[in-house]
Design a protein around this ligand. Structure first.
Ligand code: GDP
Length: 527
């Protein structure tokens, strides 16, 4: 197969949702269709949301197991599908944000009873930053949920994206009869079916066909006729280019647990979802079709077993062909590295990989060379962009409680922040260390790992900040003035970029008004 064919057959995406909307269930059904797993219940491991905070070791253990399920590859109808798993637990949201930098599109699962929820909003904000194409799957139609029109309006309003239903539900809850595929005029009749994959497709070219009344009953049939007319009146015809530019989300309705509406979703996904896309670097655009290999690290997974300190760095192939046992340039360290046992991921197993293509994700065993955002090439000096840091939400100052172990503490905290467990900011004077995370859990993880892996002990002092904004200014003297007058609220990230700590949206706004020459950014990369 040529490189072009390898690229064209790949679809690399993430499934995102607020916890409990049905992400795990949907993932599992997709894998069942792909024949990648044989029975339900295999993909249950990356879940931690119901565990108490103090059980973080349990959560980390689960994360450990979930290395295998971090990427799930399978083939379906000639396409190679790579699903990048995203942790559901909100304390690991940053992991999810970073994973989203390595996908070409996403499927967003929404619970029809709950509608748009908090995590949904945050995740979509990240998608919008990169104009990631989104397909919406409205799940749990076997339950009494919100009116479909209201749901679409809610998605549009709250997630700032246009929608276009490609299927339409017939009733819901106890009265759920199935869905009508608006594009190809096929009726799928619903039957609760948790295990098998059924194929109950009936072609209804014309909704006025009396067959429809016989199949679903006169009242639901009339309602479907009315509603589909309304849909065609209200929504523009589906435009694949608007979808691919991240502006328009096609919407499907179904019930993941009952395997309903999933096949249509998968097949449409393969047809319309973008194949591996070009990536921006600090030097130039990197096109997947380039002969030479490039790839970047978007996630690092620590091994919690103290006897095996190696980590797995997840590398997304950006261009060309990756080969095992070949030297590649680690551009940040200017160091050549080769990988004897790169890993590929198929559903619930890992295996040695000889070669990989754009869109694929490979696991590289690493003894501490990588940090998130690092780039591998065949020799060209460049760095892939678009893997920004996002503002943490909880900030604490790290205090060393064992002066004899200062060096270990320094080393440990640097490595943990390379892994992306937390963000580290240095505040002067005094070289104080401020740790920022998105969840409480991370502080426990850090304290535990510093002690067990580095022999360093620490405690945290709460800080009244809720946001870090990266700052820039056209005029260097504006910046100098700002850094001087706000010194106590300025930290420097690992790349030595200044951030401003604020305690509330109001506080940030107030400061921004006082310093019109300063631009405040949500993430560490901006145009
Ligand atoms: P996740 O947290 O988003 O990964 O959600 P899960 O896939 O674990 O699903 C959360 C709960 O919703 C589980 O108890 C599922 O069995 C249930 N669930 C998932 N899909 C459906 C569905 O289509 N209908 C109903 N009634 N329940 C569902």
């Amino acid at each position: 197969m040529t490189l072009e064919q390898e690229i064209n057959k790949r679809r690399t995406f993430g499934i995102i949702s607020h916890p409990d909307a049905g992400k795990t269930t949907l993932t599992e059904k997709l894998l069942l269709f792909g024949g990648a797993i044989q029975k339900a219940g295999t993909v249950k491991r990356n879940k931690a949301e119901k565990t108490a905070t103090s059980d973080f070791m349990e959560i980390e253990k689960q994360r450990g197991i979930s290395v295998a399920t971090s990427v799930m590859g399978f083939e379906y109808n000639g396409a190679k599908i790579n699903i990048l798993d995203t942790p559901g637990h909100k304390d690991f949201a940053e992991d999810t944000y970073r994973t989203l930098t390595a996908v070409d599109s996403v499927i967003l699962v929404i619970d029809c009873v709950k509608g748009v929820e908090e995590q949904t909003r945050k995740l979509m904000q990240v998608c919008r930053m990169r104009n990631t194409p989104v397909i919406v799957f409205i799940n749990k139609m076997d339950r009494e949920g919100k009116d479909p029109f209201d749901l679409l309006e809610e998605v549009e309003k709250e997630l700032h994206i246009s929608t276009r239903p490609l299927s339409w539900p017939i009733g819901m809850g106890d009265r759920f009869k199935g869905v009508y595929q608006l594009n190809n005029k096929v009726l799928n009749l619903y039957s609760a079916n948790k295990k098998e994959i059924s194929d109950d497709n009936i072609l209804i070219n014309d909704l006025s066909d009396p067959q429809l009344d016989q199949l679903i009953g006169e009242v639901p049939a009339n309602k479907l006729r009315e509603e589909s007319e309304l849909v065609e009146g209200v929504f523009e015809p589906f435009d694949v280019n608007l979808y691919r530019s991240g502006y328009l989300a096609p919407v499907f309705f179904g019930s993941a647990i009952n395997n309903f509406g999933v096949k249509e979703l998968l097949e449409t996904f393969i047809q319309i979802a973008p194949f591996p896309q070009a990536r921006e670097s600090d030097v130039r655009m990197i096109e997947p079709i380039e002969k030479k290999f490039t790839g970047f690290i978007f996630k690092i997974h620590a091994n919690l077993d103290p006897n095996h300190r190696d980590r797995i760095a997840f590398c997304r192939v950006t261009s060309g062909k990756f080969e095992r046992n070949t030297f590649y340039l680690h551009t940040r360290l200017n160091k050549k590295l080769k990988f004897a046992s790169p890993t590929s991921f198929m559903a619930d197993s890992k295996s040695l990989v000889e070669e990989a293509y754009p869109g694929d994700v490979i696991g590289l065993y690493d003894a501490g060379n990588f940090k998130i955002g690092d780039t591998l090439t065949e020799g060209e000096k460049l760095q892939v962009l678009g893997i920004p840091s996002f503002s943490p939400e909880i900030f604490r100052e790290l205090e060393n409680t064992d002066p004899m172990k200062t060096k270990q503490l320094e080393k440990g905290i640097m490595q943990l922040s390379d892994e992306g467990v937390a963000q580290l900011f240095i505040v002067n004077p005094g070289n104080r260390k401020v740790i920022g995370t998105v969840g409480e859990l991370q502080f426990e993880v850090i304290q535990f790992r510093l002690l067990h892996e580095y022999g360093a002990s620490c405690q945290f002092r709460g800080l009244n900040y809720s946001k870090a904004s990266w700052v820039s200014a056209e005029n260097p003297s504006d910046m100098q003035n700002f850094l001087r007058t706000q010194a106590s609220r300025i930290g420097f990230d690992k790349e030595d970029r200044p951030v401003f700590f604020s305690s509330s949206a109001w506080d940030l706004e107030y400061t921004a008004k006082q310093y019109p020459g300063i631009v405040f950014h949500e993430t560490s990369e901006w145009d």
